[in-house]
Structures are given as structure tokens and as C-alpha cells.
Design a protein. Structure first.
Length: 83
């Protein structure tokens, strides 16, 4: 599992795993539990690039980011580290 400490959102941390460029498991720690469980289930099984494409730039209440956007940033960082 990979751990990402979020910035500017209710969820304090995101843990996730990637296997063969597919998002396998996502857990948001804190935040809006039902919504974040839903996001986790929706993105599991998707290619990393597709999750980044769909979730990047989503804003929550003018914060300039959101929990989904933070997941996209975490995945992007992981993708860049593997290149």
C-alpha cells in the first residue's frame, strides 16, 4: 500500500495500491465517509491515467482541491516516480 498525506481537504491521508497500472485498493482516512467509499469503489479496477484524467481539478467549496483531486495528485506522483 502507498500512503499519501493530503493537503487542504477533510481526508487526512489516502492509502492505495496499484498493480500493473490498475488502481486496486483506495482508502481515504477521515473525510465524508460515504462519498469517499463511493469514490474508492468507482475507481478501483480503473487504469491510473483514467482516474487522474477524471478526478484532476475537482474543487470542493473553493478550496482549489478536493479529496478526489488529492487522489489524482497522489496517483500522478506515483506514476512519475515509476518513470
Amino acid at each position: 500500500m502507498i500512503t499519501y498525506n493530503t493537503e487542504g481537504v477533510c481526508a487526512k491521508q489516502i492509502t492505495f495500491s496499484i498493480d500493473d497500472n490498475i488502481v486496486k485498493k483506495v482508502v481515504f482516512h477521515s473525510g465524508c465517509d460515504g462519498n469517499l467509499q463511493g469514490i474508492s469503489k468507482l475507481v478501483e479496477g480503473m487504469p491510473v491515467e483514467e482516474v487522474i484524467k477524471r478526478l484532476s481539478g475537482i474543487d470542493c467549496e473553493g478550496k482549489g482541491t478536493s479529496c478526489p483531486d488529492q487522489l489524482a495528485k497522489a496517483l500522478k506522483m506515483q506514476l512519475n516516480n515509476k518513470v
